[in-house]
Design a binder for this molecule. Structure first.
Ligand SMILES: Cc1cc2nc3c(=O)[nH]c(=O)nc-3n(C[C@H](O)[C@H](O)[C@H](O)COP(=O)(O)O)c2cc1C
Length: 161
């Protein structure tokens, strides 16, 4: 158990959570999941229009108070699905509530083949004073080598663990 490592993620349909679980196992960190207070709609079109509206207006969802805060950790992994080319609003909301100054921040993303049109940039803009490492991108369709992908990404970013 590494007490200074937090693995936090938002996951709508479980793919990002699977990555978080592998990171949790390989690092011995604490895993915590972000939940919006009001669950997102199950209908895709409704979901899409809500996400677009939240991104456009900057009105991010209120969160359930079950997620760990970053305060007690030195290394924070943050995970999100790629939603419309950027990070999902619940992760934005969590990052706005947590001071990442001086922390090592390692972003990971699940996607279905789309490019990063702003995910990494969103993290850097929200957390300008964090020491942000390289991001891990995992396609939802190619997860047979997930363990190995995570292992080599960890080796690059945190060679000491
Ligand atoms: C509202 C919405 C928007 C999405 N937009 C993108 C996108 O722009 N690019 C992409 O590669 N995948 C996109 N996806 C697919 C998700 O990133 C992908 O299914 C991811 O693995 C889901 O992770 P999760 O199970 O943790 O929620 C989108 C999915 C949803 C529901």
């Amino acid at each position: 158990m590494k007490e200074n490592i937090l693995v936090v993620c938002y996951s709508y349909s479980g793919k990002t959570r699977m990555i978080a679980e592998v990171i949790e196992r390989q690092t011995g960190g604490t895993r915590s999941q972000i939940y919006p207070r009001q669950p997102y709609p199950a209908d895709f079109e409704q979901l899409l229009s809500q996400v677009r509206m939240e991104n456009r207006t900057g009105k991010y969802p209120a969160l359930l108070p079950v997620t760990e805060r970053a305060d007690n950790y030195d290394i924070v992994f943050t995970g999100s699905p790629n939603w419309c080319g950027t990070i999902a609003p619940p992760l934005v909301a969590w990052l706005k509530e947590n001071d990442m100054t001086g922390k090592i921040l390692l972003p990971f993303f699940s996607h279905c083949g789309g490019e990063d049109k702003g995910m990494e940039q969103a993290i850097r803009t929200l957390c300008p004073a964090a020491k942000t490492g390289s991001s891990l991108y995992v396609s939802e369709n190619g997860r047979e080598n997930l363990q190995e992908m995570v292992r080599s990404w960890l080796k690059q970013n945190l060679p000491e663990i």
